[in-house]
Design a protein around this ligand. Sequence first.
Ligand code: ADP
Ligand code: MG
Length: 238
Amino acid sequence: MSGIKLTGVSKSFGAMKVIHDVDIEIEQGEFAVFVGPSGCGKSTLLRMIAGLEETTGGEIRIESEDVTRKEASKRGVAMVFQSYALYPHLSVFDNMAFSLSIARRPKPEIETKVKAAAEILRLTDYLSHKPSQLSGGQRQRVAIGRAIVREPRVFLFDEPLSNLDAELRVKMRMEIARLHRQIGATMIYVTHDQVEAMTLADKIVVLKGGVVQQVGAPLELYRNPDNMFVAGFIGSPG
Ligand code: ADP
Ligand code: MG
C-alpha cells in the first residue's frame, strides 16, 4: 500500500521556482531519506507534505487520500523538530502531552499515550524532569515522543540530529532506526549527511536544485548511480 505519493509537485516563492515537478512514491511503513546539499529543497518538500507550506503545483497523497489542500492538523502527519524546540518550563510529561492537551483529549488517554511513548523511548524515569535536567540525547527523544503520542500515519524528521555532537548523532541514528522497527510507521527523514542516509534508508531520494536526481535503495544508488552528481554524492566509484 502507498504511504505517500507525490505527483508533479512544484513550489515557487514569488517568481522563484524551488521545487520542480517532483514524483516520489513511498510505501506504507517505509523509511525514506531525502538527501542533497543545503538549499536543494529538502525542507520545503517536507513542509509541503506536512501542510506547513502551500503546494503551488501537483498533488500530495497520504495513504491514497489527496491532502494537497488539507490543513496540517488534519493530515495525520507529525514533524519532529530539533530538541531545542521543547518548552523549557514544562516537564517531560507535559512536553509530550502538549498537543493532546490542547486538543482536549481526556486525561486518562493522555496519560496512557505519554507513558507508552516514554516506554518506547526509555524516558519513563524522567517524566517529571525539566528539559534542562536532561542530556542532549534524552531531549531529542522527548522531541520524538511529542510526535509519537499523536499516533501519526507519517513521521517527518527535518535534520533532527544536526545540533548534536558526532558521537551522540550515531547513537540517536540507531535509536531512530529502532523506533522505526518498533512502530513501523511511514517515515521521511531529511539530511545532508550521506552516511546517515545510507544507514537509515529503505529508499533514498537524491535532490539537487529542487529536482529529483534518483530514487532507490542505498545499495542500488551506490552500484548504479544515474549520473555524476549521484555518484559523487553517494560516494560510489560511478
Ligand atoms: P534545504 O532544506 O535542502 O536546505 P530549503 O527547502 O530550505 O532547502 O530551500 C530551498 C530553496 O528555497 C532555497 O533556495 C531557499 O532559499 C528557498 N526558500 C526556502 N524557504 C523560502 C521562503 N520562505 N521564501 C523564499 N525562498 C525560500
Ligand atoms: Mg533544510
